[in-house]
Design a protein around this ligand. Sequence first.
Ligand SMILES: [Zn+2]
Length: 185
Amino acid sequence: MQAISGGRVLLPEIHQQLGIPADYPQTCGMPEHRECRSLVPVGNDILGRPALLDAETALAWHRMQMAAATDGLTLQLVSAYRSVDYQRQLIQRKLDRGLAIEAILQVNAAPGFSEHHSGRALDLGCPDYQYLEESFELSPAFAWLQQHAGEFGFRLSFPRNNPFGVLYEPWHWYFLGKEVPGAIA
Ligand SMILES: [Zn+2]
């Protein structure tokens, strides 16, 4: 793609191409996330695509997945690391389908601002529940995550009525790297 200079992706140009407001970095309330440089493979996601995570996050994810399995629950990886360019393409495809950028930004962070760039964010699912749907909150897997994800250093990024203007995402968990007492807080 063209908006790369000296290996550094130029976010303002990408945002302009997508029609993202120039003040988005100031108004979104979310920090910029650099692309992870310590990615390790963690098997395939639910669509069979090779998934990558930050090395430390990968260990915590495997531990959490095994602990859930011990409790009789299957946690599935729906989406893990995403590059800035992947995020750009994701948004571009939605624009091409006729969605408005304002509506898209309620469910997708602008390129450069997705926690998925850091390799520390996981979209999780479980059998018998629609992936990336709010109804995941009714699943036994979500109940388990609410209780235990904090023990593995994960917290829910976008609870209901979060201050970032992002819709409620019960499936999106972020690795803070230490035990989180109130993972849902
Ligand atoms: Zn996510």
